[in-house]
Design a protein around this ligand. Structure first.
Ligand SMILES: Cc1ncc(COP(=O)(O)O)c(C=O)c1O
Length: 346
């Protein structure tokens, strides 16, 4: 379809019954909480993929889950709430009336679409009120990056079996977990001089923490309840536009990904949502797979690299992470196809 000499491979996290890579860390986090006698977990969710994953695996350990889902996504994707309810979770649109921080935000901004930062504050507030309730975060923190390295370790092993040498590895970044999980094992190879693979992080123009943020200490949430994290940030009060890639609407970036970016281990690029949905539709036509709006960012960057190869005649090997499927995002695809989707610049 691209008429390129490049070869494109993708690592499939969309094949998980939970729909995305988020189960890799949900399982570990629920397990360790159960070991510590925790009976309830609270969390935030943007796109709904993380909330879905945690809601389901909590059943394996007899844990109740309460999910604060960013209002914009809650309205765009009603089936996500149904899915989390099926798995037994309680779901609130954030900002909500069930926490004092949520009520404060609602009184100041009654029409807000919310943000991951606000939803995290609400989930933290609910957790601190009870000794047997803990908060679980779906991205950003070091343990989440660690759990997700199963993606990159599997990819390297699959590449080794297939005798494939990647020239370029690409993943989208929200809080950084599928990117870190996919690329950190390769970065280890680079640091040892065993590969010179290019590594690219892809973010939305609506929340460009790497390409336009500052590298400094900031809170992971809006109310300032989390510890300070050294990271690329747009400021913890930043409310991104209501783009469909809800999982990428985050003001900050994982401290580990931020440190790697600061030391020049990777490059970053940002795209408008119209560009990423166009790439997602092209990918669906070529492969039959509907990528999550977040994953479309990686698809778009892979297409652009492959088109560069068409211009230069280079046969590079491009590998990207397909972090999730978009079967519950068809409303967004529908808007793209009927021309009612807005550019993130508007
Ligand atoms: C399918 C998918 N990909 C990517 C992301 C972004 O998160 P992270 O940067 O932690 O991988 C999300 C977050 O919700 C997601 O659902």
């Amino acid at each position: 379809m691209l008429k390129t000499p490049a070869r494109i491979y993708f690592k499939r996290e969309d094949m998980s019954p939970l729909g995305s890579h988020k189960g890799n860390t949900a399982l570990a986090q629920a397990y360790y909480n159960a070991e510590e006698g925790i009976h309830t977990l609270t969390t935030e969710t943007g796109a709904g993929q993380w909330g879905t994953a945690l809601s389901m695996v909590s059943n394996l350990f007899d844990i109740d889950t309460t999910v604060f889902m960013v209002r914009g996504s809650y309205d765009q994707k009603p089936f996500r709430k149904t899915l989390m309810n099926m798995y037994g979770a309680t779901v609130h649109a954030s900002p909500s009336n069930v926490t004092s921080f949520g009520r404060k935000v609602l009184s100041e901004h009654p029409d807000t679409t919310g943000s991951l930062g606000i939803a995290i504050s609400e989930a933290c507030e609910m957790a601190v009120g009870d000794d047997h309730t803990c908060y679980a975060l779906g991205s950003v923190l070091n343990h989440v990056m660690l759990h997700q390295t199963v993606i990159g370790l599997e990819t390297l092993e699959q590449m080794r079996i297939g005798e494939i040498e990647p020239d370029c590895m690409i993943a989208c970044v929200g809080g950084g977990s599928n990117f870190a999980g996919f690329t950190f094992p390769m970065m280890y190879e680079k640091m040892r001089g065993r590969s010179d693979c290019e590594i690219v992080a892809v973010e939305p123009e609506a929340a460009p923490s790497l390409t336009e943020g500052e590298f400094r200490y900031d809170h992971g949430d809006t109310a300032g309840m989390t510890p300070l994290l050294m990271m690329y940030t747009l400021g913890s009060g930043f409310i991104p536009k209501g783009i469909h890639a809800g999982g990428l609407r985050y003001h900050g970036m994982s401290p580990l990904v931020s440190a790697a970016y600061d030391s020049g281990m990777l490059s970053a690029v940002s795209y408008d949502q119209l560009q990423t949905f166009e790439a997602g539709v092209m990918f669906a036509k070529a492969e039959g797979i509907v990528p999550a709006p977040e994953s479309c960012h990686a698809v778009k960057a892979a297409i652009d690299r492959a088109l560069e190869c068409r211009a230069t005649g280079e046969g590079r090997t491009i590998v990207f992470c397909l972090s999730g499927h978009g079967l519950i995002d068809l409303h967004g695809y529908g808007q793209f196809l009927d021309g009612t989707m807005q550019s993130s610049a508007l």
